[in-house]
Ligand binder design. Structure first.
Ligand SMILES: Cc1cc2nc3c(=O)[nH]c(=O)nc-3n(C[C@H](O)[C@H](O)[C@H](O)COP(=O)(O)OP(=O)(O)OC[C@H]3O[C@@H](n4cnc5c(N)ncnc54)[C@H](O)[C@@H]3O)c2cc1C
Length: 482
């Protein structure tokens, strides 16, 4: 069996297949595993060694399948540590927090309104209750039938969501999809609110790895896979995948073609498109056309700064920001990551990371990088006097864009050819999962689809409830639709 792509989706599929005794070869284009959570060594200007990565990731507690994957090598998940809060701040002074909001629906929604300065009871009264009901009545995949044709911006305008809260909570949510809310399907936004807030009991609190991604996550998992006999080929891009008679598939990489019973395509959008474009006999012409039409979100920037001075003691490990000219969040790595903490202790400085999503591609990159540093100085003024000992700026554009009306054309795990399955956070799973959890869940689903063909047991899957949990809301939503 070939698994193409060594991000979370590919690693999830390879793990389940190998654990069931399947002989797996895992192809990864880059030099290291992890995909969008990859990390690599870099030497800083002060001579110290650091691990740079693709950037901060929040491991939410409702990521049941991703956690099940990580439990393979770390049953107590000690490599993760919780951050106390998910604070949000708008440049105009608005602030929100989720730490003290009750977790259980419907108390979470009521508790948020009771505590939020940006969303008041009066705002609730002004909202268009009928238009807002889909927020309480999320069922997958029906939410796509109802809302995929509407943009997140239009949906929020229709429900008359208060401006302050719109900017804080919802812009932050939709930008987490790396997209401008005007381009994002309202179904994805509403699903996200269901998963992370209204429809689950874990709330918006999350964990982060105690050490850089390679040490905490991927090196242990690679050892686990190695122990199961998986052949891991990093630095090996797959160029083409083609049927080999009726029985198998040929996977072509630099060293030539090799035969397998089936293939898991666990690629990012660009990778899937280039393999598909070079594989004229893969699945079907209609499928390849749909893959070719998928879109990626605009470029995004992850800037990491090693500063000569600490940030103020009260700064949180992570802060979502809005209204700061494109700065989406600030994380203080030395608050939780061992390696950054050791560097900060030794140098007396701090390690800070800044993210900017959905950057206008026309803007000069240097200008955006400098702009982000200036915004940091505004958000945390104590950094004005700090010297930048070293900096890394990672520009990428490999996140899927969930366009308005695009749901039907996204690939599903199964294809018309039972030898080819697809996994990744771009895949339509029919389950309430997103981002890293969608990658892990689709990887398990892809492995399960292949195992089913051989009558073998697959991996058990868990998700937050597939339907909204507010019974009264559901009843009202039903009335509202009459
Ligand atoms: C800056 C940033 C912050 C994020 N924050 C969060 C967060 O806080 N919470 C969250 O849940 N999600 C977050 N995400 C999203 C998350 O990273 C993704 O949802 C997830 O990693 C996707 O995993 P994947 O396996 O589907 O894809 P990828 O990780 O992209 O894996 C695909 C792999 O395929 C490989 N590949 C491509 N072409 C080929 C080829 N021809 N041959 C072989 N290999 C190939 C690529 O190198 C890559 O390793 C964030 C993403 C970014 C970029």
């Amino acid at each position: 069996m070939a698994v193409v792509g060594g991000g979370i989706a590919g690693l999830s599929a390879a793990t389940v297949l190998a654990e069931r005794g399947v002989q797996v070869t895992l192809y990864e284009r880059d030099a290291q595993l992890g995909g969008r959570l990859a990390g690599w060594q870099t030497r800083l200007a002060d001579g110290s060694q650091a691990t740079m990565s693709r950037g901060f990731h929040a491991f939410f507690r409702q990521y049941y399948n991703l956690r099940a994957l990580l439990c393979r090598t770390d049953p107590g998940l000690h490599s993760l540590t919780g951050l106390a809060d998910y604070p949000l701040r708008h440049r105009n002074g608005g602030q929100d927090s989720f730490a003290r909001v009750p977790r259980t629906p419907p108390l979470n929604a009521l508790g948020f309104i009771a505590q939020s300065p940006s969303f008041t009871w009066r705002d609730l009264g002004r909202m268009n209750a009928r238009a807002a009901l889909p927020l309480l009545d999320v069922a997958v995949p029906q939410v796509y039938e109802a809302l995929d044709g509407t943009s997140a911006t239009d949906f929020l305008a229709a429900i008359r969501f208060p401006d302050a809260a719109h900017h804080l909570a919802f812009e932050v949510f939709s930008r987490s999809f790396f997209a401008d809310p005007a381009e994002l399907s309202a179904a994805e936004l509403v699903l996200m609110i269901h998963i992370y807030f209204l429809g689950s009991s874990e709330g918006l609190l999350f964990d982060v790895p105690r050490e850089p991604f390679p040490h905490s996550l991927w090196e242990p998992l690679a050892r686990h896979l190695d122990g199961l006999g998986v052949e891991i080929r990093t630095g090996t891009a797959v160029g083409q995948v083609r049927p080999a008679g009726r029985e198998g598939m040929t996977v072509v990489a630099q060293a030539g073609g090799e035969g397998y019973d089936a293939v898991v395509l666990a690629l990012d959008t660009g990778g899937l498109q280039s393999v598909t474009a070079a594989s004229p006999d893969l699945v079907s012409a209609a499928w390849r056309t749909r893959i070719g039409a998928l879109r990626t979100a605009p470029p995004f920037l992850v800037s990491r700064l090693w500063l000569s001075q600490p940030v103020a003691g009260e700064r949180p490990g992570f802060l979502g920001t809005s209204g700061y000219d494109g700065l989406d969040n600030v994380s203080v790595l030395d608050r939780w990551e061992g390696e950054a903490h050791r560097w900060a202790l030794a140098s007396g400085g701090s390690v800070v990371e800044l993210h900017a999503y959905a950057v206008d591609p026309a803007l000069p990159r240097r200008m955006v990088e400098e702009g982000l540093v200036n915004r940091l100085r505004e958000v945390y003024p104590e950094t004005v006097d700090a010297k930048i000992i070293d900096a890394r700026h990672e520009w990428r554009a490999d996140c899927p864009l969930f366009t308005v009306g695009g749901y039907q054309d996204r690939p599903t795990v199964r294809t018309a050819d039972c030898r080819v399955v697809v996994a990744g956070d771009l895949v339509r799973t029919g389950l309430p999962v997103a981002l890293m959890e969608r990658a892990a869940t689709s990887g398990f689903l892809a492995a399960n689809a292949l195992l089913e063909g051989w009558g073998a047991r697959g991996e058990a899957l868990w998700t937050v409830p597939r339907k909204g949990r507010l019974a009264a809301g559901r009843a009202l939503a039903g009335l509202g639709r009459r």
